[in-house]
Design a protein around this ligand. Structure first.
Ligand code: ATP
Ligand code: SF4
Length: 323
């Protein structure tokens, strides 16, 4: 299977005159063609920062990005701005939560789609572009009638569907969705996620879905990476991570979400707060909130342990010597 993205020891530190914020710490994972990886964690865990770093959208004046990212086999952080710009939208694309607000209110949707497409294919004719867009719009249950409309004539769900279709216009290898359906009502969100899954399968597009909502991962992703305070603490196939979570944080996160089909159980919030990310911690960053914490946990950083070939966890409970 073709490897689309290989992230090794990716770290991001925001810096200002007052302080540094260690937003992502040595994250590693990979994605093959057609994979959908859910990056899940509570607010402030570093999910969006990780996505922005992969997109190379973090300016050096605000963030230091370290580590290695291979995108389609290319050393992505060593690539020039020109090379990155040539591949952005064509091979790597993104939909944000607010993408639906980025359409200009004074231009018709069809004209805007045409302009976006021409950034990379200046010679394409209007007919070619709109034919391509129509094919994608049908996959998200819209049709070419939207071309004549202005954004205010469409609902938020319709505009977000158009944003998704636009992000796939050039058939990119990788699509990053950062809370792309969070602002929508639950029914629309469910419909769009189902359409997106079908669409990505048809186009063989790999996806990274950044979300705080475990149900988005459960319904749309074959892989999951759980983030806590800038650290990927567990990763693996969605089926095994959700069925047999290993890390105490993953267990807490899952028990704080209602089950759709299972028995009704009491939801439990994880006691405590995210740590101050401007400090360095010696041991496990989850130790102050962890119900299973041991002496070693506040002294030594846990390392990633592979429990099966593709399911791994960063926790002293699984890392051999726990004295
Ligand atoms: P949310 O779901 O709320 O967006 P998140 O998991 O995506 O959260 P990030 O937005 O990536 O988390 O933030 C990770 C950490 O980095 C947080 O502590 C945040 O306050 C900090 N942070 C984000 N942007 C900056 C910035 N420009 N300068 C300094 N710190 C930042
Ligand atoms: Fe809890 Fe220790 Fe595992 Fe951290 S390393 S999650 S504190 S048991």
């Amino acid at each position: 299977m073709d490897r689309v993205l290989d992230i090794r020891d990716l770290s991001v530190t925001y810096h200002s005159r007052e302080k540094s914020v260690f937003a992502v710490n040595r994250a590693s994972f990979h994605l093959d063609q057609g994979d959908a990886l859910g990056v899940v964690g509570e607010s402030g865990s570093g999910k969006s920062t990780l996505a922005m770093a992969v997109l190379r959208l973090l300016p050096a004046r605000i963030a230091r990005v370290e580590g290695k990212v291979l995108f389609l086999g290319k050393d992505w952080f060593a690539a020039s701005e020109e090379e990155v710009n040539a591949l952005r939208w064509k091979e790597i694309s993104v939909v944000f939560q607010k993408s639906m607000n980025s359409f200009s209110p004074v231009h018709r949707i069809g004209d805007q789609i045409e302009d976006i497409y021409r950034v990379h294919e200046p010679k394409a004719t209007r007919k070619e572009i709109l034919d391509k867009a129509s094919e994608l719009l049908r996959l998200v249950n819209l049709n070419e009638r939207v071309y004549r409309l202005y954004p205010h004539e469409l609902s938020g769900g319709m505009l977000q569907r158009i944003s998704i279709a636009v992000s796939l216009l050039h058939r990119p290898s990788l699509l990053i969705l950062d809370e792309a359906t969070t602002a929508l009502d639950v029914v629309t969100q469910g419909q769009i996620l189902a359409e997106l899954t079908d669409m990505a399968r048809t186009l063989k597009t790999s996806r990274i879905m950044v979300t705080h909502d475990i149900s988005v991962v459960a319904s749309s992703c074959n892989l999951v990476a759980v983030m806590y305070a800038g650290h990927v603490v567990e990763r693996g196939p969605t089926s095994s991570v959700l069925k047999e979570p290993l890390h105490p944080y993953t267990k807490g996160l899952l028990s704080s979400f209602p089950s759709l089909r299972g028995e009704k159980t009491q939801l439990r919030a994880i006691p405590g707060f995210l740590p101050d990310l401007s400090k360095r911690y010696e041991g496990c960053i989850f130790a102050p909130r962890c119900p299973r914490a041991m002496d070693v946990c506040s002294r030594e950083l846990p390392y990633e342990t592979a429990i099966t070939e593709d399911h791994s966890v960063v926790c002293h409970l699984y890392g051999g010597d726990v004295s």
